[in-house]
Design a binder for this molecule. Sequence first.
Ligand code: PFF
Length: 465
Amino acid sequence: MDNRGTFGSRFTATMAMAGSAIGLGNIWRFPYIAGKYGGGAFIIVYLLSAVFICVPIFLSESIIGKSTRLGTFGAMRTLAPGSRWKWLGLITVITPLIILSYYSVVGGWSVEYLFKAVAQAFGTGAAGAAAESVAGAAGAAERAEFASFISSTWKPIIAHSIFLLANALVVLGGVKKGIEKFTKITTPVLFVLIVVIMFYAISLPGAQAGINYLVDADFSKLTAEGVLSAMGQAFFSLSLGVGTILTYASYMRKEDNILATGCFTAGFDLIFAMIAGFAIMPAVFAAGIEPGAGPGLIFETLPYIFTVMGEQSPVLSGCVSILFFLTILFAALTSSISMLEVGVSYLVDEKNWSRGKAILIVCTGCWLLGILCSLSFGPLSGVNIMGNSIFDFCDKLASNFLMVLGSLLFVLFAGWKMKKSILADEIAPDGSSSVKIALFKILYFLIRYVAPLAIIVIFITNLLM
Ligand code: PFF
């Protein structure tokens, strides 16, 4: 098994995991829902769920991977031989590939918008010009242009293919020369880029309103729906329950401290989301636009802001927009390669396939499903699965259902099936201080009782909603 590869240090393993966690979710969802559900109040709930639910899931998942040095399926087969738990291994091979299929479509949009930023061509297409002359409303041209782009047939498919190809190239390099080399550079660079954009955004006149939107704690806005959104966002943002953390942890060195890696990843992910909020919302408020979430925020609102900025200072607007879409692209890539690696490691470990063959097969499957997701904004918009478009169905199936189910099964496995000594060896090995032993007891209690109960509540609510 030693040809699987190993991350060279704790730092690089942490950068890979943080890269998986930091993604589109931090940029287009967190700032908006944080503001919508009470700013600081939402952030408190998010923090509590990160500490009491997500860190225990993270530890469960990563210790299963690290202790067996195998991917999801192999780890379950080894720790619970002959049992049905291996099916958990299989679910978690499939979920990240469903996510990768539609995530790659959005990754493709960021490729297209990076090109547009370089060409300084926001809102200038035929659709944009027509909308501007008729509607004249703020951002109408950018909205029309985005709608026309995603509903067309070929352009988004080509962009999705380029994005997936970039993933394949990184993962083809293997753990050390591919994933590690890529994420140890891009994750810190991502952080620097978003900090630079934040400083620019908070210097804009009228930016204060955007900052207040994010940090002012308004508990009256924190509804039950807000609490659930905070928990759901923490799950998605930390890439939990889909085997990516398990797989990356299986490449860690024995001596590397998993608790420190988990806490750092969770902390870094939240800090990044906050900074993304400070980079985006001040600009949105400075331009006098209503904030929103999802693709609209990144591909309509911000291009409009760049167009307005460009009228005053084209060079500055050009530079900021290129940096911004580069950040989006890197954030998406560091997440998507972690999804691809789960499927690839399964085929390499379990079926003894070469990396190249595994990547070819997994990418072809994701490419085809991604094409259907992409076409669901245009020619296939009439196809409806339980009231959703193909894209939305894949998103809801994976993030509201499979990720939560996977997380639940991981904590149940770690808390009730796996030997307690395996967890103890990683968190408080023999000879640890009394503080570490007490910490382990708390974490074990969270893994066995608190996290499963909280996840069951989220799961049932998602099913009912
Ligand atoms: N954490 C990523 C984000 O916030 O965009 C999304 C993600 C990555 C989900 C990896 C699932 C996954 F396996």
